[in-house]
Write a protein that binds this ligand. Structure first.
Ligand SMILES: O=C(O)c1cc(C(=O)O)oc(=O)c1
Length: 311
């Protein structure tokens, strides 16, 4: 099913794939209190317009639809990450946080001229981090001195920095990333090329980055984005994305206290298929193979980072 060709006054990017309606009920039972630590809301465009400088126009994906998915899959909470199609206009994110009854935290995008008052408002709404994006097809590069200014403004609030980049860009960005004094969370394992050897130099550089910087965490998410050979999380497939498993499992086992997992719903910019989110949850035991690792990945770690006050 599609969710309409237009979203408010907006026309979806050509070839846009809509999120999967009617996901299956996962076979894997999530531990109590599990957090979907990477997901987004899109618009709705009629209410929260997409940013003029966006690189894509999505279908709508509202907070209510996200919360329905949360309940269906068996998650307790969400971490909602500002999507690039909203630029630094965090209104859709803030609205979702405010309607979550404390069950969602947020990661915002801010500009260097953000004021302390604006940051305080975001904090009040539940924002606990900012996202810096280095993926060229999604954003224009922001100079590092701007980013350093933002870090200086957000660190007194105890926030962290989420970074999104592709593996081939890590060598160039390594020193800047290592200089960030707050906690740092890497989206989607720094997007390894999974056709390469998980023991080879490219992924080893990422592992070294995590070893050398004990403030760095990562999301072992997005197998549907990274996989080349699948099989896809569709049609009841219980062992999806096998080519990504050795990478994610390696990270979960070496850094069990610094990993997070999220659905990435509504899966922006997928080109060849849209996964069944129920089957994506069934992927988790392939990468976190014991109840202890699952508890850390899904409950203890995200709560330590996003709900450190408990409850
Ligand atoms: O790879 C992507 O296209 C992508 C895009 C966004 C975003 O637009 O914010 O977020 C993600 O986590 C992944």
């Amino acid at each position: 099913m599609t969710h309409g060709d237009t979203t408010g006054d907006f026309e979806k990017s050509e070839g846009w794939l809509d999120w999967y309606d009617g996901p299956s009920t996962p076979t894997f039972r999530l531990p109590e209190g599990s957090v979907d630590a990477h997901c987004h809301v899109f618009g709705p465009g009629g209410q929260f317009p997409y940013a003029p400088q966006r690189k894509y126009t999505p279908c709508d994906a509202s907070a209510d639809q996200l919360f329905a998915l949360r309940d269906h899959l068996g998650f307790d909470r969400n971490v909602i990450v500002q999507a690039t199609c909203h630029g630094s206009d965090n209104r859709a994110l803030v609205d979702a946080l405010q309607r979550s009854a404390g069950r969602a935290r947020g990661v915002a995008t801010v500009r260097r001229d953000v004021t302390d008052e604006q940051l305080a408002e975001l904090h009040e709404a539940g924002v606990r981090g900012v996202r810096f994006n280095f993926v060229k097809r999604l954003v224009d590069r922001v100079p590092t001195d701007s980013l350093e200014e933002i870090v200086a403004k957000i660190s007194p609030l105890g926030w962290h920095v989420v970074i999104y980049f592709e593996a081939e860009d890590l060598p160039e960005l390594y020193d800047f990333f290592s200089s960030i004094p707050t906690d740092v969370v890497v989206d989607h394992m720094g997007r390894p090329d999974v056709t390469k050897d998980p023991d080879g130099p490219e992924f080893e550089l990422f592992l070294r980055f995590m070893r050398e910087n004990t403030n760095v965490w990562t999301k072992v998410s997005c197998p549907e984005r990274l996989s080349v050979t699948g099989p896809r999380a569709l049609d009841g497939e219980q062992h999806a994305y096998r080519d990504v498993v050795p990478f994610a499992r390696r990270v979960v086992e070496e850094f069990p206290d610094r990993v997070l997992w999220g659905t990435d719903w509504p899966h922006p910019n997928l080109k060849d298929h849209m996964p069944d989110d129920g089957l994506l949850v069934d992927y988790i035991p392939q990468i976190a193979t014991t109840p202890e690792l699952q508890q850390k990945l899904l409950v203890d770690n995200p709560r330590r980072l996003y709900w450190p006050e408990g409850a």
